[in-house]
Design a protein around this ligand. Structure first.
Ligand SMILES: Cc1ncc(COP(=O)(O)O)c(C=O)c1O
Length: 417
């Protein structure tokens, strides 16, 4: 037996990060053969057409101009007030919902998900998300003594599966005091799918109906990590307006992060934004999440907050930020469209992609397909039910021909969907 001194609930925890593993192998091979001969579709960050990690110029400049005290100071536990205002403004834009809106700084979007699970569900509860979801959701639930439950994101017509969503929520509301729903839209990781305006209307009408006259709560968490690359600035934010005027037992907590929109991935800076029609719920939101900040990582990264504040207090810099994001949104779109065109031409099926960093090819036996593709110097991420390709990081030159290569390998292996 393997010796363990871990406490019982921590024994056997082990995370083999398939994404970082494949990325490391791809980089090692690129060092040996040259970058041009390797296709690394694992990286969830924007790389330019030459394969360099992109840092937005306006962000680079803002970091350069920071004073030592901006960088090294302890920030307030809730976050600098100007940061919290900037976060709310950047997130909602012209579509700020009505109601009490409060923000609390977190360690990236991950910090938001952690605090939501920790503070709004009980030990043993199930947390609901879609079957196509970011893997860290599951780890965060398990690490906190909760379970992740999945509804089917798509129906057989490849549209939002409202019926399955309804069935799972109904069951959870009957069983639990709080039902936490993690909804990664727009630009879902890993599919690129998004709920339409009508989908959101149906979801919100149903959620109101299911908790009316019940002492039950819904905590709805739109995870908008990829918001800034999901469409035209005001158009892609329109759905936020729908979160106003909901009953007091429905709390919306938007999971916001600077990781992608400000290309600050490693800076670990985000915010949870609570939207509620109830003053007490708003006050409690700040109190309990600020407490959890203190009780986990304490205060957040001062430099990252200050850099964001300096950008957002200058209209010219915001213009530059918007223009830079629009360029990268267009670049990712071109790559995705090229891949989809070629996939259509060769009969390779992919899940409905609207925007975002990733495209998913649904299939069984993803590990075998990835192993085979690696023999051709192509690195993708194997998922439980498919393969994930990061269109944010593969140049158009390398995307060209990739769909055919994947199709050839799946045909050769006799892989069925
Ligand atoms: C769906 C989703 N949510 C949230 C995040 C937040 O990441 P971070 O904690 O780096 O801000 C990510 C990053 O990969 C993500 O894919």
């Amino acid at each position: 037996m393997v010796m363990s001194v871990a406490a019982p609930q921590a024994r056997g925890k082990y995370s083999e990060d398939k994404i970082f593993g494949a990325n490391n192998r791809a980089n090692a091979l690129a060092d040996k053969l040259g970058v041009d001969r390797v296709i690394n579709g694992t990286v969830g960050s924007i790389l330019d057409e030459d394969g360099n990690l992109v840092m937005l110029d306006v962000v680079r400049q803002a970091f350069k101009e920071l004073l030592p005290k901006d960088i090294i100071s302890y920030a307030p536990i809730q976050g600098y007030p100007e940061y919290l205002d900037a976060v709310i403004d950047q997130c909602f834009g012209a579509s700020r919902p009505d109601g009490y809106i409060r923000a609390c700084a977190t360690s990236g979007g991950s910090g938001v998900i952690h605090h939501v699970i920790h503070n709004y569900s009980e030990i043993g509860d199930e947390i609901l998300t879609s079957d196509w979801h970011w893997g860290a959701y599951g780890s965060m639930c398990i690490d906190n003594g909760r379970k992740l439950r999945e509804f089917e994101l798509l129906n057989k017509d490849r549209k939002f599966n409202f019926e399955d969503f309804k069935a799972h929520v109904t069951d959870l509301v009957a069983k639990q005091l709080n039902t936490v729903i993690l909804m990664n839209s727009p630009a879902n990781n890993p599919t690129g799918f998004a709920l339409s305006g009508e989908d959101w209307d149906k979801v919100l009408a149903f959620l109101q109906e299911i908790v009316t006259n019940k002492e039950k709560n819904i905590i709805l968490v739109p995870d908008v990590a990829y918001l800034d690359y999901s469409g035209e600035k005001s158009e892609c934010r329109r759905f936020f307006k729908k979160f106003g005027n909901l009953p007091a037992n429905i709390l919306v907590i938007v999971a916001y992060t600077l990781s992608k929109g400000f290309t600050m991935y490693g800076q670990r800076m985000g915010a949870m934004i609570g939207v509620t029609s109830d003053a007490d719920v708003a006050e409690e939101f700040v109190a309990i999440n600020q407490y959890s900040n203190r009780a986990t990582w304490s205060n957040s990264n001062s430099a990252a907050m200050k850099a964001m504040i300096h950008i957002c207090e200058d209209p010219e810099k915001i213009k530059q930020l918007d223009a830079e994001r629009a360029n990268y949104f267009a670049l990712i779109k071109e790559r995705a469209e090229l891949f989809m065109q070629e996939a259509d031409a060769c009969g390779l099926v992919y899940l409905p992609y609207l925007s975002g960093f990733f495209i998913t090819i649904p299939l069984l036996g993803s590990q075998t397909v990835c192993d085979e593709l690696e023999k051709e110097n192509i690195f993708l991420v194997p998922l439980g039910k498919g393969l994930r390709l990061a269109v944010c990081s593969v140049s158009k030159k390398k995307i060209h021909g990739l769909a055919v290569k994947i199709k050839t390998v799946t045909d050769k292996l006799g892989i069925d969907r």
